[in-house]
Design a binder for this molecule. Structure first.
Ligand code: 16G
Length: 242
């Protein structure tokens, strides 16, 4: 399968072969790859070449290395379009995954400075602070802290753990969520994030901040979340300004 006369570099050909095996389902998420030695013997290429191919795929998140154990096929990343303002529950359902949450904190408090600024309120304003680990098929995907203005939302029941906050606010409170503003930032999981997301401390995470506005432009929520870098990618269709 490896063509040494091809103008394509050998490591690249190995990568494409691995990708194909994964795409066709011959190799499933969680399957262990053959060792570097076996790979290099089977294809009659150097171990260095095999390592280069595998390292790049691991960096891309297609493969996953586990110290002292081996290299495995990673779970496919969840690709989330950024065009629409969706809730976690909607995102997971759209992918055929079962959304869930673990409630870490639920309380009313006065808005911290940054939150008050984002929500365009005074610091004395009462806000809900709700921390949830968001799950897809019981696997932690994101660790999210949301601040919601009490005055706008009214009482939010504590059993939000098992439901969608957006559908509660829209259907039961009749609020009309309009648009949002988001920032994305690369980061490394701190101790708390690593613990909640079941990843190693220092593993890559994507920090997302979102301010969600009601249709009349009033800020409703300010959310900070850490998404697992190994399970998420975002896409957006762009257009050149003319
Ligand atoms: C998403 C939103 C978050 C919102 C939540 C509501 C991002 C970065 N965050 O996770 O702002 O609070 O959905 O989800 O997209 P729910 O309706 O399932 O509770």
């Amino acid at each position: 399968m490896i063509d040494k006369n091809s103008p394509l570099p050998i490591y690249y050909q190995i990568q494409e072969m691995i990708r194909k095996k994964i795409e066709t389902g011959q190799w499933q998420p969680g399957d262990m790859l053959p060792s570097e030695r076996i790979f290099s013997e089977d294809f009659d290429v150097s171990r260095m070449t095999v390592r280069q191919a595998v390292t790049e795929l691991a960096n891309e998140g297609v493969l996953m290395r586990e110290k002292g154990k081996g290299t495995f096929v990673a779970e496919p990343k969840i690709e989330q379009p950024l065009q629409g303002l969706t809730s976690f529950t909607e995102d997971m359902k759209a992918r055929g995954l079962e959304p869930g949450s673990t409630l870490i904190q639920y309380r009313l408090r006065t808005a911290p400075g940054k939150v008050a600024e984002a929500l365009q309120t005074e610091v004395e304003t009462e806000v809900y602070e709700i921390k949830r680990v968001r799950l897809a098929d019981d696997v932690p995907m994101a660790y999210e802290t949301t601040f919601i203005n009490l005055e706008l939302a009214g009482d939010i029941p504590e059993d939000v753990e098992n439901r969608s906050i957006y559908s509660f606010l829209e259907q039961e409170r009749g609020l009309k969520i309009g648009d949002g503003e988001q920032t994305f930032e690369a980061s490394l999981a701190n101790t708390e994030e690593a613990d909640k997301l079941a990843i190693e401390e220092g593993a890559p995470v994507l920090l997302i901040q979102r301010i969600t506005y009601l249709e009349d432009g009033t800020p409703l929520e300010y959310v900070k979340s850490a998404y697992r870098g190994d399970r998420y990618k975002f896409n957006i269709k762009t257009k050149r300004f003319t």
